[in-house]
Design a protein around this ligand. Structure first.
Ligand SMILES: NC(=O)c1ccc[n+]([C@@H]2O[C@H](COP(=O)([O-])OP(=O)(O)OC[C@H]3O[C@@H](n4cnc5c(N)ncnc54)[C@H](OP(=O)(O)O)[C@@H]3O)[C@@H](O)[C@H]2O)c1
Length: 263
């Protein structure tokens, strides 16, 4: 199916691996010119080369830390200078550390807010004028299903991503008249290196057996498998394409049915 995305320009955060990489590759397959970011230059450049090889697409790699305001400006400037426009923004990166809420001080909270919430605010502020200049755009935020069904030990992420959900909903109301859609994806358990890392750390902190916790991950998912980065990338591609044009203000989980909630 042609998603009619050829020659659109997208910024995809955290794209040297995992979900962000799958999103960048999927969009490039659709003919989108992609600007990819991550902090470590070597893996980012390697990811850019892989996407070029696999898709023949145009890829610009901009090493940057989403927690730094000046880096956000540099990414957007680079995108406009190289490709001349911005149509799509995918807010995605890593996440703050795990631990009990009572153990985190102001410095930890500051970092978490910079990483999960402020990064989105800054990237949106930088890109929206460029989207308005081309008559519309698409913003997709990657958070987690735990923002809607909190988990012990993930307080920094849960609290800051819940902020993203409120921010994104309000933004969708304000940007709708300009033809810009804003949606948030809440992945469940997606098979990236990060999942095993986080699960083993949670088990350690909760005093549980890490191997048992890894096995239990599957049993709680009604579809009885972990998600793949491509499961998330497929929804992103739909949301940013003309086929997703009437979808805005949503928070959609990609979780194999994990979320225990009617709404
Ligand atoms: N995997 C899951 O099961 C799952 C479930 C729910 C939600 N999520 C969320 O989805 C997002 C992506 O997850 P993932 O599994 O794909 O993670 P991942 O494999 O660890 O990839 C994270 C990417 O973000 C980059 N990154 C991290 N911190 C950054 C920063 N400060 N500035 C710029 N780039 C940064 C990393 O590269 P550098 O380290 O080089 O910067 C990497 O490219 C995360 O926010 C994660 O919490 C994941």
């Amino acid at each position: 199916m042609d998603l009619h995305l050829r020659d659109k320009v997208a910024i995809v955060g955290g794209a040297s691996q995992g979900i962000g990489f799958a999103v960048a590759r999927t969009l490039a397959e659709e003919g989108v010119k992609v600007v990819i970011t991550a902090r470590r230059e070597a893996p980012l450049n390697a990811a850019a080369e892989t996407v070029r090889e696999k898709t023949g697409g145009s890829v610009l790699a901009v090493p940057s830390d989403v927690r730094r305001a000046e880096d956000c400006v540099r990414v957007v400037d680079g995108a406009v200078k190289t490709f001349g426009r911005i149509d799509i923004l995918i807010n995605n990166d890593g996440a703050p550390p795990l631990g009990k809420i009572e153990d985190f001080d102001d410095a930890a909270w500051d970092k978490a807010v910079q990483q999960n919430l402020y990064s989105v605010i800054r990237m949106v502020r930088q890109t929206v004028p460029h989207m308005k200049a081309v008559g519309g755009g698409r913003i997709v935020n990657i958070t987690a299903v735990s923002a809607r069904q909190p988990l012990v030990g993930l307080g920094l992420s849960v609290a800051t991503w819940a902020g993203v959900l409120g921010y994104a909903k309000t933004l969708s109301l304000e940007l709708g008249p300009a033809g810009i859609t804003v949606n948030t994806i809440c992945p469940g358990r997606i098979d990236t290196g990060r999942l095993e890392l986080v699960t083993r750390k949670r088990a350690e902190q909760l005093g549980q057996d890490p191997d048992k916790m890894m096995q239990e991950l599957l049993h709680e998912v009604p579809l009885r498998r972990l998600g793949t980065p491509d499961d998330v990338a497929g929804l992103v591609a739909l949301l940013v394409s003309p086929r997703g044009a009437f979808i805005t203000g949503t928070a959609i989980q990609v979780d194999g049915g994990l979320l225990r909630s009617v709404y």
